[in-house]
Design a binder for this molecule. Sequence first.
Ligand code: XIL
Length: 410
Amino acid sequence: MRLRRLVHAGVLAVVAVGSLGTVAASAHDATPAKPQEQTLRSLAARHGLYFGTAVDPAAYAADATYKTMVDTQFSTVTAENAMKWESLEPTRGTYNWGPADALIDNAVRNRQLVRGHVLVWHSQVPGWLSAGINDGSIDGPQLRALLKQHITAVVTHFKGRIWQWDVVNEAVSDPWETPSAIHLGGSAGSFKQKWADLLGPDYLAEAFRAARAADPKALLFYNDYNIEAFGDGGAGDKTQFVYDMVKRLRAGGVPIDGVGSQGHLATQYGNYDVFQVADALRRFTDLGLAVALTEVDARSLTQNADDQTLPANSADVAARDQAAAYNYHVLLQACLMNRHCLSFTVWGFTDRYSWIPGWFKNPPEGLGCLWDASYNPKKSLRTVQGDLVAAGPPLVQPRIPQAPRQLPRR
Ligand code: XIL
């Protein structure tokens, strides 16, 4: 059994990641003396799993420690913002590819795979587009045409360089929005709802078909938050809604290959257990889809916006730190248990540059990453490393690659 695992992992690592690290190469056993000094990418490669991070090009350019960690710790990267519509086409008709191209060039140099994020999303669209939607000068048919054009232009530009595309992101409402029954869109009157109304229900299928037509090899994902586990299966169960939606797409021959579960968790809410998350992933993969954890972080309530720099020995910080570690543990173990869970990506790896304090301000939240703001390892990091080291056959097996689903032949 052990031999087979090493052979599997070795093949995957040579083909795709390149470095198996010293885990499998050790003369004595698969457990090295200090696994916590190994990179996440090498620990994950034992399982054929890609370990990723979102990347902020400004930090990458300005902070040598950040750059070194991006380059060495991870086997897949996602542009935190650089591939969003507002970044790529700030002026109508003029694409700015530079920062995204540079990010991919770095990834290639580091033998990393790239998750493309994101093609269709109501948020972070260019000003000219949101203005046109809001003043009515861009109507439904025009928006659909613009979207198709955008998908084709972007996927064609990056063709062959993207492993997984988030084709559609966050299209579905939350139970606290109005109406509370889950639906395509958001709260009544919101831009998210307006976007869904203009596009109509068929736009997801169209988006996936347009993406596939432009790149036959990329894996095409639907990506969302709050779909880590099923609820009661009723009208307010977002995971159930997304499940039914992707099941319909699959049954209709739409080229969708995977579901991305973002994994933005918070310690002040109730936690899932490992098997609840594993069950959700299994139900998605039973449809023939791959899954990925795409934007993992585990934030906590903080007393003020400066809490990111509280000393590590503060009792409060320690408790939150451990609760956050548990959230990482649940998501990673569930992913490891499913051979179709291809990658585990964190949404930034250091509290120094996390989006959380800038986004969740009232009440203030933070402290969601694996390393603290001074790059000290946190419990979350040690937990993730421990999980990667301790897992193995028979219940954790190497990943099974996903074949991109093609358009039906005409
Ligand atoms: C966030 C970025 O991290 C921030 O820098 C930006 O200001 C807002 O967007 N879900 C997603 C990501 O799909 O694109 C979001 O990223 C976080 C939530």
